[in-house]
Design a protein around this ligand. Sequence first.
Ligand code: HEC
Ligand SMILES: [Cu+2]
Length: 490
Amino acid sequence: MSAHKLFPGLVATVLAMMALVACQPSGSGKTEQAESQESGWSPPVATDIQGEETAVLTPPPQVPSPIDRDHPTKLVVHLEVQEKVMQMADGVDYTFWTFGGTVPGSFIRVRRGDLIEFHLANRADSKVPHNIDLHAVTGPGGGAVSSFTPPGKETVFSFQALNPGLYIYHCATAPVGMHIANGMYGLILVEPEEGLPPVDREFYVVQGDFYTRGGYGDAGLQPFDMEKALKEQPDYVVFNGSVNALTGDRALHAKKGETVRIYVGNGGPNLVSSFHVIGEIFDTVYIEGGTALNHNIQTTLVPAGGAAIVDFRIDVPGELILVDHSIFRAFNKGALGKIEVQGDEESFIYSGEQRQTVYLAEGGAVQQMPEDEVPVEQPVLTKQERIARGENVYKSNCAACHMPDGSGVPNAFPPVAESDYLNADVDRAIRAVGKGLDGEITVNGETYNNVMPRLNLSHQEIANVLSYVYSQWNNNGTEVTPEMVDKALQ
Ligand code: HEC
Ligand SMILES: [Cu+2]
């Protein structure tokens, strides 16, 4: 269809819609409540704030008690950022960046209409600045714009909780992906005025994906792997910050006949969760943590940066297993938790094994695995080709920390633009990229004491990316060849 045929119709439609809006009388006879029920939208709340309280936050898997206030109040929230080494799996440690010392961060529970005075503190022993973006905030950056907090500082900002629901909060300091990948997320529940229906037990579970230099289970302190994060290929996908956070001694407990509510979040940074409890059906799901209810659900999608509330009554004793039903994540990457249910057997609903007989299937074939790929010969490149390819390597591997224009991030990531450190010694620069870099360094008069992870690049890629960096931003134009990289990394 040609444009002149399409446009008149479109314009007519738009005009008709504008006319409709214009003709709508301001007091159209509907009550505010009826309107909000139709659209699901909740209007801004009144300003009858009474009194002041300090919020009690809880570490996972605990949830603060339901709110019994019948009015909005000024609620003071204190949350402290801590960068600390904790266990990712048996024998595997990781430097987590946390809100309140746990992954996920402390659970925050407020009532719709509350005026929240948020205190974000960053411990003095932190290496980098942090901030917070709460998805429950209506305002720039969800609070991130007003909460940038360097180590040893505390920032205060306020917001009113306008919309009820379950919301993710997370750090939004550059490189955002890295802060989230290190564990900087948690949940904030905004209870509706009338509260949620009471249940016997409430739990707090958040999924996250993690990227480590070594593979799943490789022992020791594992650094963050930027390249795997960019490719969205996590080594770990876990509930509550580590493999086994919800199994063994740390499994959740409930009794037959009880009702259970799980506040489920997904911090990401990359994956979407297909949240499922093996052996249960969710009686009620608050879809995406909002106001719409769905019933009799087997698996509910929890988007990265999203949440859901699931309610179920437990009718049969035994073991319920929480999984991400993208099932390799559950059985091979850690996304598995347990609820141990005590109580008498319930053979009417579930019998247990009744008999086992022999079954002989016919056929069956031997599966052939695909052959390994043969490595391709690397071409010889001109300086210009090298720089062009290096630009792609830079954008996908370095820009997240050193910024697209090479300017870095104050106190965290040194500039590679006009960097005296870079220009003084090409072998040293090659080693930084090829092996990673930590300890104190001085770049253009500023000191940095942080960690640059090793990035798993080929010698070609290192040559290309450094040739690109040297060709940009008033650097000295050095061309780096794969032979130079071979030599410097020997
Ligand atoms: C995860 C963040 C991160 C990524 C990704 C990263 N770096 Fe770095 N880089 C750092 C940090 C942090 C330092 C300083 C380390 C220290 O304090 O010892 C640094 C230091 C450097 C230095 C030496 C100091 C300077 O500014 O001249 C160079 C050169 C460098 N990086 C280049 C690169 C290149 C090229 C890439 C991509 C291939 C890259 N970096 C990827 C964090 C990163
Ligand atoms: Cu952060």
